[in-house]
Design a protein around this ligand. Structure first.
Ligand code: ADP
Ligand code: MG
Length: 295
């Protein structure tokens, strides 16, 4: 099974979304009409035992926290503010009630940090632990970031050194503050959160926007001990990857001198150039549109 192909097929079968839906399947969150100044954002992300975590190496509190963090990350990637979540859990018989409360300790911890309210959900028996979160948020119409707005000659930026997904996938902080500071300071043309590796996630910006992308290998900031290969293809880093014009990037760097750290890691090109990596001594190679596989 190929996750990307399946989603394409779901999108084709769902047909036209009609009035009221600004963005349907294909971005970090759906975007719906809401009020005069704001859109409503609606996203869902599910964690499955054995696919996203392992009960031998992760605590229940960490797993609950992560289930909310991945959802907040999708709202951040749209430039929005998270507001409400529902949580549906599939619980194996082997877990006792106090274990389930520990999962919710993690859930409420992150909710409190980001002023998000739990407003519903569902509880069922299951052979594996499953935590399925759905999130609602809002975004000012002027500051909506999507995957589809990248323009040729934009620069490609990232919010921080690529985190080591193997070590940090349970503890990462969603880049909400960084996204919100971008909405205030400059014009972003496209954005995505890097859940599946830079190559695949950049590939999603490229195909949604109808452009090509070239990354500069030496410019990609890496957290300690992370290999370039894992930064490109492993994922679970949850930095924000975004594009903006050179002029806007200049403004950003003048404004943010002492604030958040953003890094230029590549440029947007014509579609025909595809996805490329410039390595040592200018050697060009093709970036594979591959990454963290859930299926
Ligand atoms: P993300 O990694 O940001 O959560 P995904 O790659 O999981 O995004 O999903 C990409 C798009 O496909 C999103 O718009 C998402 O809502 C949609 N999508 C994923 N799975 C399904 C599904 N089973 N049915 C309908 N839409 C889906
Ligand atoms: Mg996402």
């Amino acid at each position: 099974m190929n996750e990307l192909k399946l989603i394409e097929e779901f999108k084709r079968r769902s047909g036209r979304c009609g009035k009221g839906v600004k963005v349907g399947i294909g971005d970090d969150s759906a975007v719906l009409d809401y009020d005069k100044d704001n859109y409503l954002l609606w996203a869902a992300d599910m964690l499955v035992e054995g696919t996203h975590f392992n009960l031998k190496s992760a605590s229940l509190e960490e797993i609950g926290r992560k289930a909310v963090a991945v959802n907040i990350s999708d709202i951040a990637a749209m430039g929005g503010s998270p507001k409400y979540i529902t949580v549906s859990i599939g619980v194996p018989k082997r877990l006792n009630p106090s274990s389930i409360h520990k999962i919710y300790d993690g859930i409420f911890k992150l909710c409190k940090e980001h002023k998000v309210k739990l407003i519903g959900g569902d509880t069922n028996l299951s052979s594996k632990l499953v935590i399925d979160v759905s999130i609602l948020g809002t975004v000012n119409k002027k500051h909506l970031f999507t995957r589809s707005g990248a323009k040729e000659k934009d620069l490609i930026l990232i919010t921080g050194p690529v985190r080591d997904g193997k070590k940090e996938h349970l503890s990462f902080a969603p880049r909400l503050k960084e996204a919100q500071s971008l909405t205030r300071s400059c014009k972003v043309n496209s954005m995505i959160d890097t859940s599946d590796g830079i190559a695949l996630d950049l590939g999603r910006i490229a195909s949604s926007s109808g452009v090509g992308c070239t990354l500069y290998a030496d410019a990609i900031p890496l957290s300690k001990d992370l290999s370039l290969k894992d930064a490109l293809y492993f994922g679970e880093s949850f930095e924000l990857l975004f594009t903006m014009s050179v002029k806007e990037a200049r403004r950003l760097f003048l404004k943010e001198k002492n604030g958040h750290k953003f890094f230029i890691i590549g440029e947007v090109t014509k579609k025909t150039k595809g996805l490329r990596l410039i390595g040592k001594e200018g050697k060009l190679s093709v970036l594979k549109k591959e990454g963290f596989r859930h299926l």
